[in-house]
Every structure is written in structure tokens, then in C-alpha cells.
Design a protein around this ligand. Structure first.
Ligand code: CEZ
Length: 805
């Protein structure tokens, strides 16, 4: 796309219409806002459950952040109408709701702020928003500069959506003392017990200004009048009429009448957010309004986001054929992906009961940033395990938190994630002391070691199998909406069986690698169980060229060539490669089938063909729109499992090709519709069924992909992977990437490295501070020390073809 550029650690979009759904996001420990290039904003805060302070115009159902969020005229937003008082012309900024074509437009996503830089009417306008480190407030800065030689008379009207707050009680007015529009509401409820809980709620929304407005408006309907948001009636008058809202939809509008001499500039500061009462608003005002406060806030928020710095910086000559180009590729891995990973690990997608599998995987990513946090999270997760070994559906992060929505549905996979993800924690930290931490259970105060908790989880999984030795799926596994395969208690999952085998093997491998004490009997039992599962899967689920997805309650094997839809699923193939169930020949056949049936320009789809009608022995997944989410999108979480598996199988070229396809870039932005600042949870699939929509991004930045993608970068592509003895060097460069350099932080040692493919070597050769190293493990690296690491690897043969589509 021509209208997007990267530079100064920013991604800029110079048109509001080319990627109308493009967004950036900002967050802190208690709130998150997704900001659209045209001025729409989707935000929520925690009290401690997700709540709103800027609502849609109708009653909203509360749910998780959804994919492909749709924007509409009255969608919550932060807009600025601007009137040229000399000509009477009106525009709105940054673009909505009036949609007037602007002389210059630039939407700029930085790591810790989002800005627009606009020119129109001979004015330069800059609009900027950032958050604070911990508080519930959006900090806005609006500045306008007269670019002409003439005096200009203008009116600026910030229009901040408050929206439909409550059917019980809502109102808004201007508060003189605070110099703020303050809206008031009562969160609707019916049970008397809720009264006592809700008493603490922040039911007010405030819009504070550092400048006294000439006039104001707080009544949405009256403000817009017959003109609508495109031509609000209230703007026709010289001055707003200071209208309040009394059980009417509130809005925050102020008017600032301003004369600007030639080259004169003027700026305004606004604060917007939820509060419990006026006293709280006054505190926020004290804390954040003012020049000094603003620069301090910007700095501390910048410092907070900067904590997302992870253990690797790369410098590649990477033109990976996807056209991500050098800068985009490095920039994404050096900044944007760690930022997204930190969001997942630090605030857990702003949920108080993250799904256990998400919590564990998201915290796997945190091991690359701040391993102490991973440790804490893993301890918390096992402290909520049942003494039976069953892991909970979700991890409760707050005293009053409850399992909600999807966490009230029984999924059978939660036990597999800890042993699998633990390896990254151990690789990064070598902290084996975690294994002997003594921890109680959700339903028992008897403490057992962390290692015993893992073994209880594994025992539980081994027992949750049928007469064939396959794992029961209950109402879902990793795939949430696969809820009717086994709801009668008999259906089994190929993926979960394989994941169980892989978890068992991983645990045994970790015990060996890190010298974790495990009884000989247990160890043998686990190795044996893993093999038994692998053979059971082979016996019952290998169907010609690939593994089926499962067997339903009624004994129907599905996910085979005999199905009309849902013939082939990605997950069982990837995990058969990981678990060792697939031999070389099978792997080759599976890869060929995947390449043929699942590959698209954005990566591999998670199943094909997508279902077009409900299948009652599979479930809700088949009711999702074809190509959307689990129903055959390029579901990146599933795609990254496959990529990870390909790396284990030494398929370096194919793995890299698919990894590149997954990355958002400026080049593929036109297709995906998003800017390259996060990896989305999916790109539309159903590539052969609905080619026109294929490739569109979900615009959803919540995804388990992040930690695995980063893991692939660190441990596989760069091959700078921790092990018990130190840092193991085993890069897996694709043929096209001849050279890579960068910096790896490892157990607090700092290694500046170069990796190159060389025809002079046949195996990895290593120079550390110019000394030749025997073998491929760097032992004795000292915390705080700097090292020069030079790695040569043999040329990667073209051999494995890149995936075609
Ligand atoms: O949520 C994710 C889950 O958070 O779907 C993944 C699963 O592994 C993650 O734990 C695959 O199923 O309920 C639904 O149908 C939703 O589609 C969720 O399954 C899905 C959404 O994409 C939310 O991010």
C-alpha cells in the first residue's frame, strides 16, 4: 500500500480511506483502548470486570473483544469538529463523522502514543493520545497552528462519545469547578446483592479541559439535531447552547472560540475517563492536567511500554519474498511483537479469568521479557488445580473473579500446557527451583511440589482416555467451539491425544535435561503412555494422507477425505509431528496435503473446506461463517503450531516461508486491512470458497500466537536456545536468509551475534570472543558480561520447497 510508511519507530497511514479499519492500541494495567484511524475508539476498563465509560448508542451486550469489529456512524469515538468562523465551513477530525477530504492526513502509531497530523484550512492540526501508567484516563493533546499570513477565526469542538450509559439513570452537565463535562449513571442491576457490589463502580464519565470553553453541550440528540452527526444542528449557531442531558444520551462537547494570528499556535489538553465521584475527577485533574504533568505522564507511560523489550534484537537482510522487506521484518520482531507479547503477559488480555491455556501460553511469552512474572503466573495456575489433577478452565486473577462465558464450558485440554510451556521458562531462566516450590490446591490445603502438580495433571490426562486410548474431548479442547464432538461423554480428540503424548514426552525430556527428580517408574510410565497414545492415534485416526481430527460420540471419524467439508484439520498434523506419531513418510504426505489444501498467501488455514452448515456431531465451530475464526480461517495460533512443528522436523524453508506469510506488513496491508503493529488472531480463510474476502485481518490483537511466534524466532530461526548447560546454538536459516546479526540477552549476559550461512562449513562453527568453541553450547556465560558471538552454519539446501498456493 502506498499510503503507509514506517519510520522513527512509527507506522504512518496517510489516508483515512485506504485502510478504514486500521487501528492501534494502548493499554495499562486497568484499561485498554483500540483506536481507529478515522477517530473511532473502542475502550474498556476493569472494575475489576470489564466496564465502559464511552458506550455505543444502544444497550451493549458484554462479551470478549470480538474479531472484525464493525464501525458505524454513532460508534464511540473521539472527534473534533472545526469551524472556520470566517467562511462558516466545518470539518471534523481526524476524519469522522463528516468525512471531509483533508489536505493532509497522517495517522501515526508509536509504541506509547497515537497521533494524527493533519492540514486543512491553512491550519496544521496535531491530535495525540496516550494513557497513564496505571490510572483510568485518556490523555489527549490537541494543537493547532495557523500556517497562513492571515489572522484566522476558528471554533474547535471536541466531541467525545459518552453514549448510552444505562436504562436506569443517565445524565450529563458541565461542572464549573472541575471545568469538565461530567456524566452520571447507575449501572443497571436487579438483584439486591448487586447493589452492594455496584456501589463501588465508577459510574461517571468525565471530559476535563485545561481551557475554559466558550460554550458546551452534553446532550447527544439535541446536539446532532436534524443535521445528524454529519452536519450537527448545534454547530449552526454561533455558540453552543449549554444543553444538559437529563435521562437522555450524554455526550461531551465543548466549544473553544479562538483567534489565531499569522503563524500563531494554540494547544489544549483534555482528559477523558471513568470515575466514581467528583473527588476522584479532581484528583485526576491535579495529577494530569498541566504542562509538567503531561510530559511526566508521557515519560512514565513510555517507560512502561518500554518494559516490553524482549531478549532479542535482530538485524536481517531479510527480504523474505513476502516483501516484508528489511525494516518491516526487523521492526516487527524487535518492537511490535514484544510489545504485543508484553500486553498479553503483563495484563492478561485484561480479563480476570483468562482461559487456563491462554494464561499459560501468554506467560510463556513473558519468559522472554521478564521471566519472574512467568514463574509467578505458573505458580498461580497450579495453585488453582484440583487435587484430582484437573486444571481449571480459567485462572482467577482476582479475589472476586469468577469463571465466566467460555470458562463455564468443560474443555479437556488444560493440563497439557504447563509441561509444554514450562520448557521456555526453564530454557530462559534455568530456574529449577520452581519445580520444588510447595503449592496447595484449589480444593486441598495439602501442599505438593510444582513438579508433582505437573505429574498430577499428566496422570489426569492419561486417565481421561477411552477404551482405544484416545483422549475424551468433552465440550472442546484447544478448539473452543468444537463443543459437540464429545458432549455425550464418548467423543475423542486426535489433537488432544497427540498433545497429551507431546506433553508427556516434553516433561520426560525436561526431567532429563534439567535433572528434575522423577521416579524411574513414573518416567517409564510416561514414555510408555506417550508411545501408546501415538500408536492409538495411528491405528484409529490415520486416514490415507493425514490424521483425522477425532471420533464423535457416535463413533464417526471426522476430518478425513470422506467428509465433504472439514476434510483436513491442521492441528492434528502439526502435533503428530511434535509428538512423534508421524513417521518420515507420513510427515511428507501430511505436508504435501497441507500445502495443497490449506496454504494461502497469508499462511495455512486451520481446516478446509470451511463448513457451510451446522454439523451436529461437531458443534458450534461449524456454525461460524466460512473462513472466519476456527471455521477455516488462517488462524494464526494454529498456523504457528505448524510452523513450530516444521522447525522441529528440520523444514527450515517451509517454516520460514509460512512465518513470513503470517507477518503483517505494509506490503500486504491492502489485503489484510491492518497495519503491521500486531499479529492478528486470524486472517480470513476459505481461500477457495470465498477468495474475495480471504486474507482480511480480524483486527483482533488478542492471540496465543505471539509467544509461539517469538519462540520460533528465538529458539528456531536464530537458534539461540537456552538449555541446562547454557546457550545452545542451532540456527535454522532458510536458504534465502544468508546472514543475520543482532543481540541476544541470555540469563543477563549480552551477546552480540552474527550468523551466516557458509559453504566453508558442514556443521555449526562458533567463535565466542574470537575463541573457537567445541560443540554448540556456550557454557559459563556471565551475567552482565558482553560477548561477541560469530556463528557459521552450513548452507541450507533448497531441498524443501517453499509453500505455494
Ligand atoms: O478464543 C480463542 C481462545 O481464547 O479460541 C482459541 C482457543 O484456543 C483460545 O483459548 C481456539 O478455539 O468462543 C469462541 O468461539 C471464540 O472464537 C473463541 O474460541 C476464541 C476467540 O477468537 C476469542 O479470541
Amino acid at each position: 500500500i502506498d499510503n503507509a510508511v514506517a519510520g522513527d519507530n512509527k507506522i504512518k497511514l496517510t489516508s483515512p480511506t485506504k485502510l478504514p479499519n486500521a487501528t492501534g492500541f494502548l493499554w495499562n494495567s486497568s484499561m485498554v483502548m483500540q483506536v481507529n484511524c478515522r477517530g473511532y475508539v473502542n475502550s474498556q476498563f476493569m472494575q475489576p470486570e470489564p466496564a465502559k465509560y464511552s458506550y455505543a448508542p444502544n444497550m451493549e451486550a458484554k462479551s470478549f473483544i470480538q474479531p472484525e469489529h464493525s464501525y458505524f456512524t454513532h460508534h464511540p469515538g473521539r472527534f473534533f469538529y472545526l469551524k472556520d468562523e470566517d467562511s462558516g465551513e466545518i470539518i471534523s477530525l481526524p476524519y469522522e463523522p463528516m468525512r471531509v477530504e483533508l489536505d493532509k492526513f497522517s495517522f501515526e502509531l508509536g509504541h506509547s502514543d497515537i497521533t494524527w497530523s493533519i492540514e486543512h484550512f491553512g491550519l496544521h492540526i496535531s491530535i495525540k493520545v496516550n494513557l497513564t501508567k496505571d490510572d483510568l484516563v485518556e490523555c489527549w493533546f490537541f494543537s493547532v497552528l495557523n500556517l497562513t499570513e492571515k489572522t484566522k477565526n476558528i471554533s474547535i469542538y471536541p466531541y467525545f462519545t459518552i453514549g448510552y450509559m444505562s436504562w436506569m439513570n443517565q445524565s450529563a452537565s458541565y461542572n464549573e469547578t472541575l471545568n469538565a463535562i461530567v456524566a452520571d449513571s447507575v449501572t443497571p442491576y436487579q438483584k439486591v446483592t448487586d447493589y452492594f457490589k455496584n456501589k463501588q463502580f465508577k459510574d461517571k464519565t468525565f471530559f476535563l479541559s485545561d481551557t475554559r470553553p466558550t460554550a458546551w453541550h452534553a446532550n447527544q440528540k439535541v446536539f446532532e439535531g436534524e443535521g445528524g452527526l454529519h452536519q450537527p444542528s448545534a454547530l449552526q449557531a454561533e455558540l453552543l447552547e449549554n444543553v444538559e442531558a437529563r435521562y437522555e444520551t450524554p455526550v461531551a462537547v465543548m466549544q473553544f472560540k479562538q483567534q489565531l494570528l499569522a503563524s500563531e499556535g494554540k494547544s489544549y489538553q483534555f482528559l477523558f475517563g471513568p470515575a466514581k465521584d467528583e473527588a476522584e475527577i479532581a484528583i485526576i485533574k491535579e495529577k494530569y492536567l498541566g504542562h509538567r504533568q503531561r510530559s511526566q505522564t508521557e515519560k512514565s507511560y513510555r517507560d512502561y511500554i518500554a518494559q516490553s523489550k524482549a531478549c532479542l534484537t535482530i538485524n536481517s537482510d531479510c527480504d523474505n519474498g513476502n516483501g516484508t522487506g528489511n525494516n518491516g521484518f526487523d521492526d516487527f520482531f524487535n518492537h511490535w511483537l514484544p510489545r504485543q507479547m508484553f500486553y498479553h503477559g503483563d495484563v492478561n488480555r485484561l480479563s480476570t479469568d483468562p482461559q487456563t491455556r491462554n494464561y499459560i501460553q501468554d506467560n510463556m511469552g513473558m519468559a522472554f521479557i521478564h521471566a519472574q512474572q512467568t514463574r509467578k503466573a505458573y505458580i498461580l495456575a497450579v495453585s488453582q488445580q484440583a487435587i484430582s489433577g484437573a486444571m481449571p478452565e480459567g485462572v482467577l486473577l482476582h479475589q472476586d473473579a469468577q469463571l465466566k462465558y467460555i470458562n463455564q464450558v468443560p474443555h479437556a485440554d488444560h493440563g497439557v500446557w504447563l509441561p509444554i510451556c514450562l520448557s521456555v521458562y526453564l530454557n530462559e531462566s534455568a530456574d529449577v527451583s520452581l519445580l520444588s516450590e510447595m503449592i496447595a490446591f484449589a480444593d486441598s490445603t495439602a501442599e505438593q511440589s510444582f513438579a508433582s502438580h505437573i505429574e498430577l495433571a499428566l496422570d489426569y490426562l492419561i486417565n481421561a482416555t477411552d477404551h482405544r486410548g484416545l483422549s475424551f474431548i468433552e465440550q472442546g479442547d484447544w478448539c473452543d467451539p468444537m463443543n459437540m464432538v464429545g458432549y455425550q461423554g464418548k467423543g475423542v480428540s486426535a489433537w488432544l491425544s497427540l498433545a497429551t503424548a507431546y506433553a508427556l514426552t516434553t516433561w520426560c525430556d525436561l526431567c532429563v535435561e534439567y535433572d528434575i527428580s522423577i521416579s524411574k517408574q513414573k518416567y517409564d510410565e510416561y514414555r510408555f503412555a506417550a508411545q501408546a497414545i501415538n500408536s492409538a492415534v495411528n491405528k484409529h485416526l490415520w486416514h490415507g494422507q493425514w490424521f483425522a481430527r477425532g471420533i464423535t460420540d457416535d463413533g464417526r471419524v471426522f476430518g478425513t477425505n470422506e467428509d465433504k467439508e472439514g476434510k483436513i484439520f491442521l492441528n492434528p498434523q502439526s502435533w503428530a509431528m511434535l509428538s512423534g506419531a508421524a513417521n518420515q513418510d507420513q510427515q511428507a504426505e501430511m505436508i504435501a496435503a497441507i500445502t495443497k489444501q490449506l496454504t494461502t498467501p497469508q499462511g495455512v488455514m486451520m481446516l478446509a473446506p470451511s463448513y457451510t452448515a451446522m454439523v451436529e456431531d461437531i458443534g458450534r465451530i461449524t456454525q461460524k461463517h466460512p473462513g472466519v475464526s476456527e471455521n477455516g480461517s488462517v488462524y494464526n495460533h494454529a498456523a504457528i503450531f505448524y510452523i513450530y512443528a516444521l522447525y522441529q522436523a528440520g523444514q527450515n524453508n517451509l517454516a520460514f516461508d509460512l512465518l513470513s506469510k503470517m507477518l503483517p506488513s505494509l506490503e500486504n496491508a491492502q489485503r489484510t486491512g491492518q497495519l503491521p503493529i500486531y499479529v492478528p488472531n486470524y486472517y480470513r480463510g476459505a481461500y477457495h470458497q470465498l477468495p474475495k474476502q480471504a486474507g482480511r485481518s480480524s483486527h483482533l490483537f488478542n492471540t496465543g500466537t505471539t509467544s509461539w511466534l517469538y519462540r520460533c524466532l528465538v529458539e528456531e530461526l536464530c537458534g539461540l536456545k537456552g538449555c541446562a548447560r547454557g546457550l545452545q546454538i542451532m540456527p535454522k536459516l532458510p536458504t534465502t536468509l544468508k546472514h543475520l546479526s543482532g543481540q541476544r540477552l541470555f540469563r543477563r549476559a549480552i551477546l552480540n551475534f552474527t550468523i551466516e550461512q557458509s559453504s566453508e562449513v558442514t556443521a555449526v562453527t562458533i567463535l565466542l570472543n574470537e575463541q573457537k568453541i567445541t560443540g554448540n553450547i556456550l557454557t559459563n556465560l556471565q551475567a552482565g558480561q558482553h560477548y561477541q558471538l560469530q556463528v557459521k552454519v552450513a548452507m541450507t539446501a533448497e531441498g524443501t520447497r517453499a509453500a505455494s498456493h
